[in-house]
Design a protein around this ligand. Structure first.
Ligand code: FPP
Length: 252
């Protein structure tokens, strides 16, 4: 079964794949009478802290939602500020990430990004490509629906060209066309900033995730709050459609 084969065991204490919707930068800044960009800038330190904690805790995959396909609708100056911040943070942090044996990947529709940022992203992916301690995926200009549509289009092209029999398309074959191909399903999703929604993030990989919504605004997120989320995850019984009795019997 795809869901159980691609996710960690039902009783795992630490998620194998953690995904985070980092929300609340704007409100954090506005509450202090600061421009929104100050909130985004203060959002970098928690990214660093979460990466470090995940590496220490043994989380194997970490996926961060940095900029959604819908975020292109924000004011021009905020978008520009965010892109400059990504480039600055990437160029500054890549050596340290490499040192920590972290593999960095980017996902999303990169064609719309500035060529300089794209070059730095590709260089970082190449530089860290052999690292094995933690796989860090950063979603920039990513949308879950767009990802699904692109996968469907690729499969349709293969079927139209006669290289794929439509009857061979199953969940596994479909997943292989997604940005998260070869990356296991998300075990735990954390969203900060008090809203309780998925916001077009990893629609496919979140099918069986545990969800943790935190009221903390992203710039205030820290290892204590991360530990609370992981404790919550550890307390969940993951059933993947089975009964509690079946899960308990499988543990004996
Ligand atoms: C959502 O808060 C946050 C973003 C759109 C940007 C996320 C970027 C960072 C955390 C900066 C550092 C990231 C990396 C990967 C280096 P919001 O602006 O929607 O906040 P609001 O809901 O309070 O308005």
């Amino acid at each position: 079964m795809v869901a159980s084969a691609r996710t960690s065991m039902a009783v795992a204490r630490v998620p194998y794949h953690l995904a985070v919707i980092m929300d609340g930068n704007g409100r954090w800044a506005e509450r202090r009478g600061l421009p929104r960009r100050a909130g985004h800038r203060h959002g970098i330190e928690p990214v660093r802290a979460v990466v470090e904690s995940c590496a220490e805790l043994g989380v194997r995959y970490l996926t961060l939602f940095a900029f959604s396909s819908e975020n292109w609708n924000r004011p021009e100056d905020e978008i520009h500020g965010l892109m400059s911040l990504f480039l600055e943070a990437l160029d500054r942090e890549v050596a340290e990430l490499d040192e920590q044996n972290v593999r960095l990947r980017f996902m999303g529709e990169s064609q719309r990004l500035d060529p300089g940022l794209r070059r730095s992203m590709r260089a970082a992916e190449t530089r860290t490509g052999g690292n094995t301690r933690l796989d860090l995926s950063v979603a920039v200009a990513y949308g879950g629906r767009g990802d699904l549509v692109n996968a469907a289009r690729r499969l349709a092209r293969q079927a139209a060209a006669g290289t794929l029999d439509p009857d061979e398309i199953d969940a596994e074959r479909f997943a292989a066309e997604l940005e998260m191909a070869r990356i296991p399903d998300v075990d735990l999703l954390i969203r900060t900033g008090s809203d309780r929604r998925i916001s077009n993030f990893l629609l496919w990989s979140l099918a069986y995730s545990e969800l943790y919504f935190s009221n903390v605004l992203w710039p205030d997120f820290n290892s204590g709050e991360l530990n609370r989320a992981i404790e919550y995850y550890g307390s969940r019984q993951r059933r993947f459609g089975r009964t509690a009795q079946q899960i308990e019997a499988s543990l004996c």
